[in-house]
Design a protein around this ligand. Sequence first.
Ligand code: DX5
Ligand code: ZN
Length: 218
Amino acid sequence: MRKILAPSILAADFWNLGEEVQKITDCGAKWLHVDVMDGMFVPNLSVGVPVVETMRKHSSLFFDVHLMIEDPIRYIRVFSDAGADSITFHLEAAPDPSAVIDLIRACGKRVGISVKPGTPADAVYPYLEKTDMVLVMTVEPGFGGQAFRDDMLPKIRAIRERADALGLETDIQVDGGINTGTAKQVLLAGANVLVAGSTVFHGDIGSNINAFKEILCN
Ligand code: DX5
Ligand code: ZN
């Protein structure tokens, strides 16, 4: 199964956002994780449509948009038009998850479903066959730089086992507190897409990405 690093721009230097995106590209990153927050689903605000649109004009990275917003169906089309390649929404925020999945699919984008730490693995099972990626949050969503929750490892394992049993090649993404140490644990548990914010953008981006590459190649 492919293994991917998805640097999260939440931890980037926004003063130099273009340069930061260029740097991770030059260092071999293929994905860019974009955290969208509405101050309602999570107690924080972040970037939105104009930032995605602007980056799309200058970057051919795979844009992995993580919507931490209430009633996400309202914004699927705009983020699709803005240049998202994959759109992940929170199961807890969607009154009708199937309708959101169908709309993302109709827009021609990859579908991701995310669950907060308190939401059990089996909540995503009814949607697994219609979903490309499940995002298991390994912190409470809303802020970067939090400590990894190792009590999420059984959830990752359970979802991987369920996907395997159904013969699905579902990507399992983790987000929150991922460093080279926790990366090894989540890979062993069955995750294959790692979001990392502070551990990519803080310090030397080149050596940070290289450290992740070593783990992802083994
Ligand atoms: C948290 C966001 C994350 C965040 C991760 O709500 O979804 O993507 O950027 O940050 P780190 O990697 O610093 O924990
Ligand atoms: Zn995220």
